[in-house]
Design a protein around this ligand. Structure first.
Ligand SMILES: Nc1nc2c(ncn2[C@@H]2O[C@H](COP(=O)(O)OP(=O)(O)O)[C@@H](O)[C@H]2O)c(=O)[nH]1
Ligand SMILES: [Mg+2]
Length: 394
């Protein structure tokens, strides 16, 4: 394990036993399904098959290969057939296209207890598959071929943009996992663990990250890999895929930090309401409106924007409910929230501080705002935008 350079990420769990068995012994009992998502990879299919064939011969690895192709119609099907390898098959998908969906379908179809996912473009070194399996057999729940642990690397001609992109994506996923390279498309796990995944959502490109969060893996190993740029064919990673990543991240955050995510989004919306309030107020002022009108306009517009943003983001699960009913209860909750704010501030000022010592009014007001916001959050979460449970008729 150590000599293979696998790095462990653990959380409060006992250290997995280090496996000392030689490769061949491990492979006697390990059957592997290699799942390769493909879209227009006709040039790369024979190359990766020939590398996997070499590996099978050298290491006695018993594996099947499943190309999960999104109807490329570029000769990929023929390329797999012509290879003559009975252990390789291609599945042509015509519904629900997408890299992650293709990988998940492949994992469902896979016949063997160990699953490996890798790209077809030879960016991921086939020779590292044994190292992934070895680390898995030493007790890890998932093992990732990693560019960002000691010994790992990306191709030298990765442009600054691509490097930054990958690094920023990894940074944004940090609260979800301590894995150094959760964006990697090269990883191994057990089929039985994959089956435990809750509520998998095959959005975007980052299938490893999805599995790490949805399978709640605690014990993940990383094996350094040298990531090579593709030589043939083109990358399918587009700007729209990058935007999907933000959506994907938000869903994973909500999955992992459910209640605190509602609160964080509610507070961000509240802060945006302050900006909307000030902008509206200033606009009315510039247009020559009186102060009473400008202030009222600021409050009204920001309440509407807060309502709409909370409905769309903070409590998006409730956005199919009746909007008018929600809006009226939102106004009611805000009014009660304002009263709570007022009462707490007044009580502190008159009964606790008992004097007008320096800044006591401001301190009272801050506690008032905190109490009002807390009330507003609870009222919104459990009353205005409450979850509706639909009773299933018997
Ligand atoms: N089935 C399927 N495979 C895809 C799709 N998009 C990309 N792939 C495959 O996923 C792997 C990684 O894609 P690639 O374009 O190389 O992404 P990059 O390495 O991030 O530039 C390759 O094997 C692609 O052929 C898709 O929409 N469907
Ligand atoms: Mg690639």
């Amino acid at each position: 394990m150590t000599e293979l350079g696998a790095h462990r990420h653990k959380s409060r769990q006992a250290t997995a036993p280090v496996c000392e068995a030689p490769l061949a012994e491990i492979f006697v009992n390990t059957k592997v399904s290699i799942v390769i998502p493909t879209y227009k990879e006709v040039e790369n299919i024979p190359r990766i098959l020939s590398k996997i064939d070499d590996l099978r011969t050298k290491s006695d690895l018993d594996c099947e290969v499943l190309f999960m192709d999104d109807d490329s119609r570029d000769g990929s099907v023929e390329a797999v057939r012509q290879s003559g390898f009975e252990w390789a098959q291609i599945v042509v998908r015509t519904k629900n296209p997408g890299l992650s969906a293709a990988v998940l379908d492949g994992f469902e179809l896979a016949q063997n207890p160990v699953l490996v996912c890798m790209d077809c473009d030879l960016s991921h070194p086939v020779e590292k598959i044994p190292a992934l399996i070895l680390a898995l057999s030493s007790g890890q729940e998932m093992v990732i071929g990693s560019r960002y642990v000691a010994g790992g690397s990306t191709d030298d001609d990765w442009g600054l943009f691509r490097w930054l992109n990958s690094r920023i994506a990894t940074f944004l996923s940090r609260p979800l996992t301590s894995v150094r390279d959760p964006m990697s498309g090269f990883f191994a796990l057990r089929k039985q663990d994959f089956k435990k995944a809750e509520d998998l959502n095959p959005i975007g490109y980052k299938i490893a990250l999805e599995l790490i969060v949805k399978c709640s893996f605690q014990n993940i190993g990383e094996v350094p890999i040298e990531f090579l740029d593709r030589v043939a064919g083109e990358s399918k990673l587009t700007i729209s895929q990058q935007l999907k990543f933000i959506k994907h991240l938000r869903r994973l955050y909500i999955h992992k930090f459910a209640e605190s995510m509602y609160l964080i989004q509610f507070l961000v919306v509240g802060a945006s309401g302050l900006l909307v309030n000030l902008a509206t107020l200033t606009l009315f002022q510039v247009l020559g409106a009186k102060a009473v009108v400008s202030i009222a306009a600021g409050i009204s517009v920001s309440m509407c924007s807060n309502f709409l943003l909370n409905r769309r983001f903070s409590f998006s699960y409730a956005r199919d409910s009746n909007i008018l009913r929600q809006f009226l209860s939102f106004i009611l909750a805000s009014m009660i929230g304002a009263a709570v704010n007022y009462a707490v501030a007044l009580y502190l000022q008159s009964s606790v501080f008992l004097s007008d010592s320096s800044y006591s009014l401001q301190v009272s007001a801050i506690f008032g705002v905190a109490a009002g916001t807390g009330f507003n959050f609870i009222a919104n979460r459990f009353f205005v935008f409450r979850k509706r449970f639909i009773r299933v008729p018997k």
